[in-house]
Design a protein around this ligand. Sequence first.
Ligand SMILES: C[S@@+](CC[C@H](N)C(=O)[O-])C[C@H]1O[C@@H](n2cnc3c(N)ncnc32)[C@H](O)[C@@H]1O
Length: 299
Amino acid sequence: MTASQHAHGAHAHDHASRAHDHAGSPDDAMTSLLDLDGEVLSGYWSAALDWVASAAASAAASAAGNNAGRLLDLGAGTGTGALGLAERFPRAEVIAVDVEPGSLARLRDKARARGLAGRVRAVAADLDAGWPDLGPLDLTWASMSLHHLAEPGRVLADALAATRPGGLIAAAEFAEPLRFLRPAAVPAGFEDRLLDRLGRAHAEAMPTLGSAWAPRLAAAGWEVAGEREFPVDLDPPAHPRAAEYARAWFARLSEGLADQLEPADQATLTALLAGDGPLSPADLRIRGTRTVTLARRPR
Ligand SMILES: C[S@@+](CC[C@H](N)C(=O)[O-])C[C@H]1O[C@@H](n2cnc3c(N)ncnc32)[C@H](O)[C@@H]1O
């Protein structure tokens, strides 16, 4: 079992995912969910990566010999971050590390399609088992991956050791999962109750989920350089795949939580997924907040 079988807070699906592990098949649902996040939330992704890229460009400009040339996407998934960074740093080598081969296969396909295969290298590694030999780094982007790790503090310290003095790390995390439904579209409190169940399922499995990351970075030896909240509020979501994203999210929740819900909420969830429920753009409002914490390796 890897610690990787989760997406965007839909972490209550370990049982189904373990079955995937045993079967050795890629987790297609996870892969789709990550791609949909990158597409539907492209405004958030662009803003966050632009902010990080601009900080990295300033750091590179002020450090002789440091040209932000080697970048890492830690827990890269299907590569929204890795490819976004490769596009923002046209001469950089980008290493995308993940434990999930299905996600990395998708990442490689996307890199090829965008003409980035020569500069984006996908490395399969379980960061819980130790730090892979990645060479020296100038910038690490870790989006929604640190909370999956058994010992994120140890991984942050290993990342620090691999980073050139003055180099950066950016951790993108969230206090609460996204919400997808207009309250009026479902029975009162439905999404609250779903997220409450999800939170309980996560509490034991992923104790660092939703925690503050600046203190964790500082404890690992990083110098925190800034933190920015990126609110997401797509009202209504204009992206043509928004309803697909919502459906994929609720399908993922349903896999892990359906048997823990009250019958009325189970019925609402079943109706949502059966296509009789409110998943038209008019019923959706995708909202939440992602927080990016930026830190540098002291010189
Ligand atoms: C929620 S996904 C985020 C993916 C991507 N960073 C994004 O934001 O779209 C978390 C990722 O962390 C990876 N992951 C979890 N545990 C890991 C581990 N021990 N070693 C390497 N990757 C891991 C998962 O496979 C998954 O792709």
